[in-house]
Design a protein around this ligand. Structure first.
Ligand SMILES: Cc1ncc(COP(=O)(O)O)c(C=O)c1O
Length: 423
């Protein structure tokens, strides 16, 4: 069954970008089973290139925020594209080293970590950015006389949901700039050299105003630290989840022009070609991923039509966590009596009422056995999956540059559910 099969009922976006290469979603679902994360290498590389062109400045670096997707093969492609990487935990440092990143290419942006975790990063040769003055002191005890970075809260935040706004008043993140004297005293006490400051105002914003406001603040704040070598403005760049209504990604060109102006001014004022970094996760990987699931039940309940799939929130947590919107494509496996649209609620197979992928969505008629594709699932998809309800985490496959599919992570097996229990 190839791409031109008459049973395809709604697959506008993936068809336009030849997402499934020489295969098609129905074949892939049959070959690997569902649920299944499918990544497209060409789209991933394209996004990396768009990011590389963000800022026309010699010392510009992109730290991919690996929390969005830590599949080893995905990390290797990103590394091959020349991006550096951020880590949020020792586990991320570990997997990034395995992907071939050198320690000096990793920035550990830690939050409320233990001494052991700080020591792990230091021992691995990874630069650490601490998140509070007390953590700076703990870092100083572990690595007296060393180099360090600090995350600053620029006082403003942005993002698609209150849970992911990480700058401003209502967040646990960053050092409040009013603590600058404590910061300086602690640096002095432990003979530390502050070589970097970073910020991250939040995730998924579609316009650049707040980002620029925060960048302006951070550049000014950096002038307090003569030893500074890099300034990292953070990630958060939005992607168009509402593809059906023509939504566009954040205008990187516009953002780049504004940033360049700020950076050039800073460089000429301070006479120093500082390194400038950004740390995008979602923008890098979201659109290269589609999650395939199979429809196992169609039923009416309380006057509503429910489409029951194998995509529970253990597989894709974004909708239940943030009420997130994902476009849905339908890949029909059999003929149906009509192709009219109807309002349906797409749900998973987890034993909770909140297990909803898409509520009251107008979709072409779906029947049992169909495959559905959840678009833009490459970021914060597989990384947030779990074994809740003792469900097995899905497999991941890659459609490579030649359009061929290959397994890049095996599906969990039943035995994986018990391997960590002592005998
Ligand atoms: C510190 C930090 N940097 C970068 C990111 C990446 O954000 P995004 O995936 O929205 O680009 C995050 C995610 O929230 C983060 O916490």
């Amino acid at each position: 069954m190839k791409n031109n099969t008459k049973f395809y009922v709604q697959n506008i976006w993936t068809k336009g970008v030849n997402f499934y290469g020489i295969s098609n979603p129905i074949e892939l679902a049959e070959k690997y089973g569902t649920p299944l994360y499918v990544y497209n290498e060409t789209i991933l590389r394209n996004r990396c290139n768009e990011l590389k062109n963000l800022l026309d400045y010699r010392n510009f670096k992109i730290n991919y925020s690996a929390k969005a997707n830590t599949n080893l093969s995905i990390l290797k492609i990103i590394r091959d594209e020349g991006l550096l990487v951020d880590a949020m935990s020792p586990g991320e440092i570990f997997i990034e080293l395995k992907a071939g990143f050198k320690p000096e290419e990793i920035l550990f942006i830690c939050n409320n970590v233990s001494d052991e975790e700080i020591a792990f990063a230091v021992k691995s040769g990874v630069m650490v950015s601490v998140d509070s003055v007390s953590q700076l002191a703990r870092y100083g005890k572990i690595n007296r006389g060393g180099k360090v970075a600090v995350r600053i809260n620029p006082g403003v935040g942005a993002g698609h949901h209150e849970k992911v706004i990480t700058g401003g008043k209502n967040t646990k993140f960053g050092v409040d700039p009013i603590l600058i004297d404590d910061l300086k005293a602690t640096l002095k006490q432990y003979d530390l050299q502050l070589i970097g400051i970073n910020q991250h105002i939040g995730s998924l914003f579609m316009t650049s105003e707040v980002y620029i406001e925060a960048a302006t603040f951070l550049l000014e704040f950096a002038e307090n630290f003569p030893e500074i070598e890099f300034i990292d403005f953070g990630g958060g760049f939005g992607i168009p989840y509402h593809k059906g209504s023509g939504e566009q990604p954040i205008d990187l060109k516009k953002l780049g022009i504004k940033l360049k102006c700020l950076v050039d001014n800073w460089v000429s004022k301070n006479g120093k070609e500082i390194t400038i970094k950004v740390e995008p996760g979602r923008f890098t990987v979201a659109e290269c991923g589609v999650l395939l699931g199979r429809v196992h039940s169609v039923k009416m309940n309380g006057g509503k039509k429910y489409i029951g799939t194998d995509i529970g929130f253990n597989v894709l947590a974004r909708p239940i966590m943030y009420d997130s919107f994902h476009e849905i494509e339908i890949y029909g496996t059999a003929e149906r009596d009509n192709l009219f649209k109807e309002t349906v609620t797409l749900v998973g197979n987890i034993c909770e009422t909140g297990d909803v992928i898409a509520k009251d969505r107008s979709l072409t008629k779906i029947i049992e056995g169909d495959i559905v594709g959840i678009l833009d699932a490459g970021a914060y998809g597989m990384v947030m999956s779990s074994n809740y309800n003792c469900r097995l985490r899905p497999a991941e496959i890659l459609i490579d540059k030649g359009g061929n599919d290959r397994l890049i992570r095996k599906r969990d097996e039943l035995n994986d559910l018990i391997i960590h229990f002592p005998e």
